[in-house]
Design a protein around this ligand. Structure first.
Ligand SMILES: Cc1cc2nc3c(=O)[nH]c(=O)nc-3n(C[C@H](O)[C@H](O)[C@H](O)COP(=O)(O)O)c2cc1C
Length: 190
């Protein structure tokens, strides 16, 4: 097996990645929201997102240095797919997908009313030229969620969460209460 193929194949052994929504505003005030699965939490209050250089979200992040990261329930998977389509700059995915923007407290980027958790974030830095992508590092400055979703047993809370909407090999899956379901959505076809 070729090295490239072997590396690609080994990725099947990695756990699926969580998909989040990244919402931003441009300096003209326009709203944007798009799904991202190249996402991870770092130590402390930091998060990283791998973004293709062409993304409108990246343009907005460079301009306004703020975003909201949202964890989303499987119930709005269809809206997430619609917001993943390549609309021209300035077109609001909130309108296209029927998501409800709500005002954040500390940043101008909008939160998503339908989300399970909304994190208000400020840009910490951008690691440029990672292939055709960049790695964006943001710092969480505020979290919004319903306290009733958290119970005292950390494991139960994590396994019971509806937030695990994730992508493996271009297909969208959802893990609900420890059980993984194929949503039938093919990322390449949307
Ligand atoms: C489930 C899902 C996950 C995605 N993950 C990423 C990602 O991690 N990085 C990325 O650059 N694009 C990702 N995309 C593609 C972007 O969401 C898509 O290109 C979107 O149109 C970008 O919007 P923007 O240009 O308004 O930022 C994903 C799409 C879907 C549907």
């Amino acid at each position: 097996m070729e090295n490239k193929e072997k590396i690609e194949r080994s990725f099947l052994l990695l756990p699926p990645r969580l998909c989040v929504m990244v919402s931003t505003r441009g300096k003209d005030g326009s709203m944007n929201s798009a799904p991202y699965c190249e996402f991870s939490k770092l130590y402390g209050n930091f998060m990283t997102i791998g973004m293709d250089k062409k993304r409108d979200s990246l343009k907005n992040l460079r301009e306004t240095k703020e975003c909201v990261i949202s964890l989303i329930p499987i119930g709005i998977a269809d809206k997430i797919s619609i917001s993943g389509k390549p609309y021209p700059y300035g077109i609001s995915e909130f309108e296209k997908a029927g998501l409800t923007p709500i005002e954040a407290e500390k940043v101008k980027a909008p939160m998503i009313d339908e989300a399970i958790v909304n994190y208000e974030c400020v840009l910490h830095g951008i690691f440029e030229d990672v292939g055709d992508s960049v790695v964006v590092i943001v710092k969480i400055i505020r979290a919004h969620f319903d306290d009733k979703l958290i119970n005292e047993d950390e494991m139960k809370t994590r396994m019971g969460s509806d937030a695990a909407y994730h992508v493996t090999k271009g297909r969208v899956f959802c893990t609900i209460k420890g059980k993984t379901v194929d949503t039938g959505i093919d990322v390449k076809k949307i």
